[in-house]
Design a protein around this ligand. Structure first.
Ligand code: CP3
Length: 356
């Protein structure tokens, strides 16, 4: 791999920089619409369940050999245009000192939630050696994948703050919003620290060779646009603008974010991720003509008979043509009950129907 000097900073040439996926992220002409699936490396695959048997989730995330194997499984099976690193949004928070676990069927559970200024001291800044196993896994994968892009990712400050404050998944985010409205100084201190951890975690992945990054703000849709702009956007913008010169496209995704798509684009995204509630033509009108879009196929549509799946795939492709660049994806992650053969068929259909 060669190194060039650009803008005074050493930048690695990424073999996947000219891939269909990266080109679509940048709004450049492509031979077909690229496709990958959020949570493609997971419990919908029998080969995943086999290698994970008896190994706790966080332990699996800390073993580069396992991370590489699980990341590659959906590549072998579906022929998707990008791989996503097998990890979890809480991995860097655990590496920065928070005692937590990922419980099967529940998600992240935090032993002692962060609710006071004293609690905040338990969340250290992240340094690269804290996540050396991620650096190692990315380097292994980039070597294996060659010109196929690897997507790195992290959780955005709001979504991470919700897990840390609630202590686990929450439907209402009540304690999170109570801190946001009632103790804004503590809120901003916590989100500022999380933004620093997230930025460092993504920088480790970029330095190790990922071709793009996705910032998951899965639960930001719980907020109004005004509250998002006031309490959350500055912290997400700190992360995304911190990667502006890194040479990789930045995808910014959340669920139920129709009211936030303009702000999430402005926060510093090259690609705005959209759930199933907002068609891609409407999304691109909100995200602006300089941004690509990704998403929108309802993960539940994959349970319908094939003619319905096909109709929905063709609809998403047609609506995606309104955007300067379109990355085909689901509106949220693959559900564990999904038939993997349907995913393989969707990939083939996207490629065939979008070939130009
Ligand atoms: O393709 C991939 O799966 C890439 C790896 C990946 C995981 N989590 C693995 C995982 C990614 C990108 C994530 C992101 C993530 N984790 C998000 C953002 C995306 C989203 O879904 O909105 C969030 C909110 C989390 C937190 C989290 N971790 C949840 C809500 C859960 C689900 C709980 C469950 O079991 O259904 C997890 C656990 C988790 N993360 C699993 C996997 C494969 C399941 C753990 C297992 O298999 O035992």
């Amino acid at each position: 791999m060669t190194t060039t000097m650009e803008g005074g900073a050493a930048r690695r040439e990424r073999p996947a920089a000219d891939s269909v996926f990266v080109r679509a992220c940048r709004g450049l002409p492509v031979s077909h619409t690229p496709v990958w699936f959020m949570r493609q490396a997971g419990r919908s695959l029998p080969e995943y369940r086999k290698v994970r048997a008896g190994i706790p989730m966080l332990e699996a995330c800390r073993r580069p050999d396992l991370v590489a194997e699980i990341t590659l499984q959906p590549m072998r099976r579906h022929g998707v245009d990008a791989a996503i690193l097998f990890s979890d949004i809480v991995v860097p928070v655990a590496a920065a000192g928070i005692d937590l676990d990922i419980e099967p069927g529940t998600g992240p559970v935090v032993a002692e939630p962060i609710r006071t200024e004293a609690d905040l001291a338990r969340l250290r800044p992240l340094t690269p050696p804290d996540v050396s196993y991620v650096d190692e896994a990315v380097r292994l994968l980039v070597g294996e994948l060659g010109a196929t892009p690897l997507i790195g990712f992290a959780g955005a400050p709001f979504t991470l703050a919700s897990y840390l404050i609630e202590g686990g998944p929450s439907r209402t985010h009540a304690r999170t919003k109570a801190m946001m409205y009632g103790q804004p100084e503590l809120w901003h201190a916590l989100c500022g620290r999380l933004a620093g951890i997230t930025l460092e975690f993504l920088r480790v992945q970029v330095a190790a060779g990922v071709a793009a990054v996705q910032l998951f703000d899965s639960w930001a849709g719980a907020l109004s646009e005004a509250d998002y702009r006031r309490f959350v956007m500055p912290h997400s913008a700190h992360v995304l603008s911190g990667l502006a010169g890194a040479g990789v496209p930045r995808i910014h995704f959340g669920v139920g974010t129709a009211q936030l798509l303009t702000a999430m684009g402005e926060a510093g995204a090259d690609v705005v991720g959209v759930d199933w509630r907002t068609p891609l033509d409407a999304a691109t009108a909100l995200a602006g003509p300089e941004r690509s879009v990704q998403g929108n196929l309802d993960p539940c549509a994959l349970f319908a008979p094939w003619p319905v799946v096909e109709r929905e795939v063709r609809r998403v492709l047609a609506e995606g043509r309104a955007a300067p660049g379109h990355v085909f994806n689901l509106g949220h992650g693959v559900l564990p009950e999904t038939d993997p053969e349907v995913l393989t068929r969707v990939v083939a259909l996207v490629h065939e129907a979008s070939a130009r």
